[in-house]
Design a protein around this ligand. Structure first.
Ligand code: SF4
Length: 355
């Protein structure tokens, strides 16, 4: 086909080409063809900032443990974070839990059927509401995620598309008989063909209408935003142990890794004051330590805007009564406590080197 510009007249051919591709080539995914709003919500929240391959197993396990909104709403926040452990961005789990509680307690378990109704729920943003409304309820509303942003930016050869332009443009393209499939088709194109680096224009079902492809600018669209440098912080961790047990605290709900269990920590300037810092972190929790701290391997973890370097020190201590939000647990089996990835590594090296 000759190159063409996407116009109201050519819109239906464009829609047909993309839906044909979707019907023929879409990946088989556990949440594909799902129209249960709860399951769609779970998959959409898990897929934010996480790869499909990672999500598959978490999604399967999650639905086994929390098969519906009611079971999730009734769960303890402890269990919810434990089920999310390792998936990262734990705020997503807390919001999902809160959303389930609000739907069950205030909405009688009924999920709102429209974009506007969904947007009123805590923890459901514009994209998730659009995906749920279109896929579960057939409402003709857009769902613009990062993949859709890239595809639209290229099709219209727009270097830095603004959210309002993206919403308006995506709304104008929707195939009204199959809005859920349409939104998923755009996402699928972005995930499999119109990928960030080296888009596969030769096999793209909509290359005929793609202005960036015609202009040879596809690799430059959209303009890459300059990633700001992460803030670097150094943290001393106190791994307090007595015989087989280690001491954990529950982190404040409103901070980084809120609600997760962790070793006491304190920010330090580097390795030089890490042992002193770890000792101070222990004392701040009312735990006395004996002797010099034994250093464990340093480890790093990258959060969205922070790069943390952990300097763990193990101190022999004595099990003592603890207040709410702290616990002594068996180091080899802290199974019901959700630990962040870096802290799990520290615990593993403690078990390997010191226990
Ligand atoms: S032609 Fe290329 S750049 Fe355009 S939508 Fe298709 S894959 Fe993306």
């Amino acid at each position: 086909m000759e190159p063409a510009k996407l116009t109201p007249k050519s819109l239906s051919a464009f829609q047909q080409a993309l839906l044909d591709y979707y019907d023929k080539c879409r990946r088989s995914l556990p949440w594909r063809d799902e129209n249960d709003p709860y399951r769609i919500l779970v998959s959409e929240v898990m897929l934010q900032q996480t790869r499909v391959e990672t999500v598959r197993e978490y999604y399967r396990r999650w639905l086994k443990q929390f098969p519906d909104l009611q079971s999730l709403a009734a769960a303890d926040s402890h269990e919810v974070l434990k089920a999310w452990e390792g998936l990262g961005y734990y705020r997503r789990a807390r919001r999902l839990h809160e959303t389930a509680r609000v739907i069950v307690e205030q909405g009688n378990g009924t999920v709102p059927r429209t974009l506007d109704g969904l947007r009123e729920l805590p923890g459901i943003g514009e994209y998730t509401a659009g995906a749920m409304a279109s896929i579960a309820f057939g409402e003709a509303v857009p769902a613009v995620d990062g993949n859709v942003r890239r595809v639209l930016s290229r099709i219209f050869d727009v270097s830095d598309p603004r959210p309002s332009w993206l919403r308006g443009t995506a709304a104008g393209l929707i195939e009204r008989d199959r809005p859920g499939d349409w939104n998923q088709a755009l996402m699928e194109l972005g995930a499999t063909v119109c990928v960030p680096r080296r888009p596969e224009c030769d096999v793209c079902p909509v290359s005929t209408w793609c202005l960036a492809h015609q202009a040879g600018t596809e690799s430059d669209r959209p303009t890459k935003s300059k990633r700001s440098c992460p803030k670097r912080i150094q943290l001393a961790l106190a791994v307090l142990y007595d015989d087989q047990q280690v001491f954990l605290i529950r982190r404040f709900w409103d901070g980084l890794l809120g609600g997760m269990w962790a070793f006491p920590e304190v920010e330090v300037s580097g390795m030089s004051d890490a042992e002193t810092g770890a000792r101070a972190a222990a004392l701040s929790r009312g735990i006395g330590v004996v002797g010099v701290g034994q250093p464990l391997p340093t480890c790093k973890h990258r959060f969205t805007h922070i790069e943390a370097t952990y300097h763990p020190f193990a101190f022999r201590s004595a099990v003592s009564p603890v207040e709410d939000g702290a616990v002594w647990v068996l180091a080899t089996a802290p199974t019901s406590f959700a630990l962040p990835t870096a802290q799990k590594k520290v615990l593993a090296s403690f078990v390997e080197h010191i226990l």
